[in-house]
Design a protein around this ligand. Structure first.
Ligand code: HEC
Length: 101
């Protein structure tokens, strides 16, 4: 658990460093989004099997996060991530990712 926190903090810092383009957006949303970059790619642009988050329609994004949270969308890891955030935080992240081109 302790290590897990440290890893997340490091991922967060790297994410912040690479997401300098997003100067205009809510700093808190950017900080939360940095926690996703390890798997979903810097700025939500994935180059692997995990889906990209950049440019997702905000309504879709929020719906998926809630579905992960309540278990109606099956997930390997996303249920754990979704559980850590409130609805307002989903909205903020949805806006952040939707704005990335
Ligand atoms: C440990 C790797 C990992 C991290 C960290 C992670 N995700 Fe995911 N994400 C996945 C995987 C894998 C999937 C596919 C569903 C599943 O198996 O859980 C996914 C799916 C998603 C989807 C659905 C995308 C679509 O096109 O339907 C959304 C939205 C999403 N993640 C958002 C996030 C957000 C927001 C964060 C940060 C708070 C985050 N993820 C952090 C691995 C991760």
């Amino acid at each position: 658990m302790k290590n897990n926190k440290i890893t997340l903090a490091c991922v967060g810092l790297v994410g912040l460093a690479v997401s300098g383009i997003a100067g205009a957006v809510d700093a808190r949303a950017r900080f939360m989004a940095a926690n996703c970059s390890y798997c979903h790619g810097p700025d939500g642009k994935s180059h692997g099997a995990i889906p990209s988050l950049a440019g997702l329609e905000p309504g879709y994004f929020v719906k998926q996060m809630k579905a992960f949270q309540d278990g109606s969308r099956p997930a390997t890891v996303m249920k754990k991530h979704a559980n850590g955030y409130t609805d307002a935080e989903f909205e903020a992240m949805a806006k952040y990712f939707a704005a990335i081109k």
